[in-house]
Design a protein around this ligand. Structure first.
Ligand code: ZN
Ligand code: ZN
Length: 370
């Protein structure tokens, strides 16, 4: 019989506030849940957005790129056992139309299940001195040394892999790689322009190179990130702030007229307009960036129609985590998807410093170690 255990957690008590490291109580897993001892957790842009004002109930434990070891399992859990290494991914109901058609990122209950701060029945597995602390953020709340997760959103992984670094496969890296492979269908013969060289954009680059895309071009204003993109296999990089020529002119020159696919990770309307203009006829534009809430698409409709351009707004890289995370790990083991080159590690105690490092651009993908 499992019982409530104590965990160290980073709690946000007010919008825009700092993370406060405190002791919390984590309930035993219910029938369809597992309790995981966290070994690593990545910091994703969505954690920053939710700390700073995107509506989530407070106090809350954020964190949604966890990896760890199963500590205990509920009575109906069959796919994992205590001691198994797991990566945690986003939550989905499992029975709506999209969940039943391998599109769990568009689960009809995606918002309440991932941002509601509670289980589907409104309860939270986290508490402190008997008071509720909101949990279940992305079905995990993994800025804590233990997390309660549903069986359906843990992905069992090989124990020989570097488990502390695998958490970002559950969100940021899955989003970029999935945008390239699942949403935009990148493969041999197709070119791709990526706007923004952060964790998501560079994950898309790694995935596109892993499947032998024809040409991958990264558009990024920071010189250090352009250099990193080149070292990761980008065929060309573009400085959109170059004084002599704009990004579109440079893109057309380098690509010989345009690209088959474009991916915006910036959410900036003017950048999205350039991405759309850079496409060849029958091209496809993917959107994964977080835009201002009032922003609308800045594209000329007839220009899109006359070229047959498609636009795909993308959540979680259109991934089915149980299939896609093992696929990415297989590519990693073959040396074709070195996502660990995007990661810098921090002790869990340094969570505020790690947030600062990602906001300043000093770190591409911080991972906190327990
Ligand atoms: Zn669903
Ligand atoms: Zn995320």
């Amino acid at each position: 019989m499992t019982s409530t255990i104590s965990a160290r957690a980073a709690i946000v008590r007010s919008s825009g506030g700092k993370m406060s490291l405190e002791s919390i109580d984590v309930a035993p897993p219910r029938a369809d849940e597992v309790r995981v001892r966290m070994v690593g957790v990545g910091i994703c842009h969505t954690d920053i957005v939710c700390r700073d004002g995107f509506p989530v109930p407070m106090p809350i434990v954020l964190g949604h790129e966890g990896s760890g070891i199963v500590e205990s399992v509920g009575s109906s859990v069959r796919s994992v056992n205590p001691g198994d290494a797991v990566v945690l991914s986003f939550n989905a109901c499992g029975h709506c139309h999209n969940c039943e058609h391998e599109a769990p990122a568009y689960c009809h209950q995606f918002m309440p299940l991932n941002f509601g701060g509670a289980r589907a029945d409104g309860s939270s597995p986290l508490s402190q001195n008997g008071s509720v602390v909101h949990g279940n953020f992305f079905g995990q709340s993994s800025f804590a040394s233990y997390a309660i997760v549903r069986e359906s959103n843990v992905v069992k992984v090989d124990a020989s892999l570097p488990l502390p670094l695998l958490g970002p496969l559950g969100c940021g890296i899955q989003t970029g790689a999935g945008a390239a492979l699942n949403s935009l269908g990148i493969g041999p013969g197709l070119s791709l322009a990526i706007f923004g060289g952060g964790a998501v954009g560079l994950s898309a680059l790694l995935a596109a190179k892993a499947v032998d895309a024809a040409q991958v071009i990264v558009v990024e204003p920071l010189a250090a990130r352009r250099e990193l993109a080149l070292s990761l296999g980008a065929d060309a990089v573009i400085d959109p702030r170059a004084p002599d020529r704009d990004a579109l002119t440079q893109l057309r020159e380098i690509s010989g007229g345009g690209v088959h696919r474009a991916l915006d990770t910036t959410g900036i309307p003017a950048v999205i307009a350039t991405a759309a203009d850079a496409l060849l006829p029958n091209g496809m534009l993917g959107l994964v960036g977080v835009s201002p809430m009032e922003a609308t698409l800045p594209v000329n409709i007839m220009s899109m129609i006359m070229r047959g351009i498609g636009i795909k707004a993308i959540l979680e890289g259109d991934s089915q985590p149980q299939q896609f995370i093992p696929r990415l790990l297989a590519l990693y083991q073959q040396g074709r998807f070195p996502f660990d080159k995007l990661i810098s590690t921090f002790p869990f105690d340094q969570i505020d410093a790690a947030f600062h490092a990602t906001e300043s651009g000093a770190a591409i993908k911080p991972v906190l170690l327990f």
